[in-house]
Design a protein around this ligand. Structure first.
Ligand code: G6P
Ligand code: ZN
Length: 542
């Protein structure tokens, strides 16, 4: 029943920040997916007889690749596969299943927040036994293997019915088709005060989640509507569709604008949230108040003990370097550790495993904790509802009183997408060269106190990651950060992160872009961004 198939290697299967991501037509080339999956298996040791978790965000090509992966897992000797019904598992839910059932690892099929469909994006990523993304040591090995692979193994059997829950056999290996939602919903019930949230909703607070035609639909429907009693229809775009119903499933002010406008309207809901394709990102909006991901992390950390799962307090907070320092002030007040890591969720893994950090967050709409080893969109939504219930306050009230207590970190990110790669690299190189000359210089009223190219020394394994973004720090806690995106698919994306700290509560009501205008101008002056990129404005402002 096991076939060994001759194949020719592809040279472009280098996993990026979050696995291998390519357009569907690339994945559909002969043996393309098979080569990569076999390269994963060839890079692992000791999985014989153990369990592999498989699931994805339901996007186009998900089912096809799942069938291949199951047959290939059987062929290389896994003892069992656990796969989500219909091929569905959100990224955080997959991380939970891996941890809960002590699986050897998992294969997650997703291209996160990128659009899906026959000509759109697809992705394959491998997660290890702690439930988190494979470290670079493994992804490098996978890439090296993919460049020379000449055979793969696959069970020569019929496709499995992915829609029927139960345990089946594929070429002698057990395959358990599981309810993708049950374990995750149970975990959420352990972490959060569901009866308080139920009472909040019953009291008339209207909560809406936009699943954007992607994977969180069934999770949000079960949790928000069935368990927390929100009226039917509170979860919008709730059916995961292969093309996400044409949505670009990225929860931000550009792609979730409809939800944002609805919450801001007079008669709209009081609270709105959205998630991305695979369910790990989140956006939180309250009436009259968009919560920046950086503020969200700080506020969750400051109020963590309201949630039963965190009632004992949190051990520490971690954030990516470009994320604002709002959380740092909370850590200082709580007297707990604060960790600043490079961009990318994988850098939190060691801190979470070592118990140094309990909650983590990134400006790129990612928030999470040590309950899994991925960021978790619905977790953040439930945390907010738990805080609203616990404080009996609206989102706007919570955010404003947080600012009044800790000061406000005005924050914005300006993206310049699809810039010529040489121009973008040239800008970063030029910035690097002038780092030493910046401290002491003044730009209007802004005086540079430090400038560097961020390097991270992992306190757990001692590894060093260099060149993670140019930071220019000004007197009083303002800063600008320049980085090239690691997830773009065409040309280069320049990200400029601008932040200003304002302790005075009477100045907390200014429009963000206005509050940051002088820093934005200085960022351009220091980097020559507009001239070098040939652009006079960012493509996206968040
Ligand atoms: C993915 C990762 C995040 C990371 C983001 C950064 O979503 O999962 O951890 O923050 O990419 O993307 P960028 O385009 O800024 O490199
Ligand atoms: Zn995602």
């Amino acid at each position: 029943m096991i076939k060994t198939v001759a194949t020719t290697p592809y040279q472009d299967q280098k996993p990026g920040t979050s696995g291998l991501r390519k357009k569907v037509p690339v994945f559909a080339q002969p043996n393309y997916a098979e080569n990569f999956i076999q390269s994963i298996f060839d890079s692992l040791e000791g999985f014989e007889g153990k369990t592999l978790v498989i699931g994805g965000d339901g996007r186009y090509y998900n089912r096809e690749v799942i069938q291949k992966a199951i047959k290939m897992a059987a062929a290389v000797g896994f003892g069992k596969v656990m796969v989500g019904q219909g091929g569905i598992l959100s990224t955080p839910a997959a991380s939970n299943v891996i941890r809960k059932y002590h699986a050897f690892g998992g294969i997650i099929l997703s291209a996160s927040h990128n659009p899906g469909g026959p000509t759109e994006d697809f992705g394959i990523k491998y997660n290890i036994g702690n439930g988190g993304p494979a470290p670079e040591k493994i992804t490098d090995a996978i890439y090296a293997r993919s460049k020379v692979i000449d055979t793969y193994k696959i069970a020569d059997t019929a496709d499995l019915d992915l829609d029927k829950i139960g345990t089946f056999k594929v070429a002698g290996m057990a395959v358990e088709v599981i309810d993708p939602v049950a374990d995750y919903a149970e975990l959420m019930e352990q972490l959060f005060d569901f009866s308080a949230i139920r009472a909040l909703i019953a009291s008339g607070v209207r909560v809406v989640i936009d699943s954007m035609g992607a994977v969180t639909g069934p999770y949000a429907t079960e949790i928000l509507e069935n368990r927390l009693g929100a009226p039917d229809g509170s979860v919008r775009n709730a059916i995961p569709l292969p093309d996400f119903g044409g949505h670009h499933p990225d929860p931000n002010l550009v792609h979730a604008k409809e939800l944002y406008d609805d919450v801001m309207s007079k008669d709209g809901p009081h609270f709105g949230a959205a998630s991305d394709g695979d369910g790990d990102r989140n956006m939180i909006v309250g009436k009259g108040m968009f919560v920046t991901p950086s503020d969200s992390l700080a506020i969750i950390a400051a109020n963590a003990t309201l949630a039963p799962g965190y009632a004992k307090g949190i051990a520490g907070i971690a954030r990516s370097m470009p994320t604002s320092a709002a959380a740092d002030r909370v850590a200082e007040k709580l007297g707990i550790g604060m960790y600043e890591t490079p961009t990318g969720w994988k850098f939190f893994g060691n801190l979470l495993d070592a118990g140094k950090a309990t909650v983590c967050g990134e400006e790129s709409f990612g928030t999470g904790s040590d309950h899994v080893r991925e960021k978790d969109g619905l977790w953040a939504v439930l945390f907010w509802l738990n805080i609203m219930a616990g404080r009996n306050e609206s989102v706007a009230e919570i955010v404003k009183s947080h600012w009044a207590e800790y000061g406000r970190n005005y924050y914005s990110r300006h993206d310049y997408e699809e810039v010529d790669s040489d121009a973008a690299n040239g800008m970063i190189t030029a910035l690097r060269e002038k780092l030493d000359s910046l401290p002491g210089q003044s730009f209007g009223s802004l005086k540079v106190v430090a400038a560097d190219d961020f390097a991270y020394h992992d306190p757990i394994d001692g590894s060093v990651s260099k060149n993670q973004g140019i930071r220019v720090l000004f007197e009083g806690g303002s800063r600008v950060v320049f980085r090239l995106s690691g997830t773009g698919t065409s040309g280069a994306t320049i990200r400029v992160y601008v932040e200003r700290y304002e302790p005075d509560a009477s100045k907390h009501g200014i429009d963000t872009q206005e509050a940051l205008a002088d820093l934005i101008a200085v960022a351009d002056e220091i980097s020559d961004l507009k001239k070098r990129s040939g652009r006079d404005a960012p493509t996206v402002i968040t």
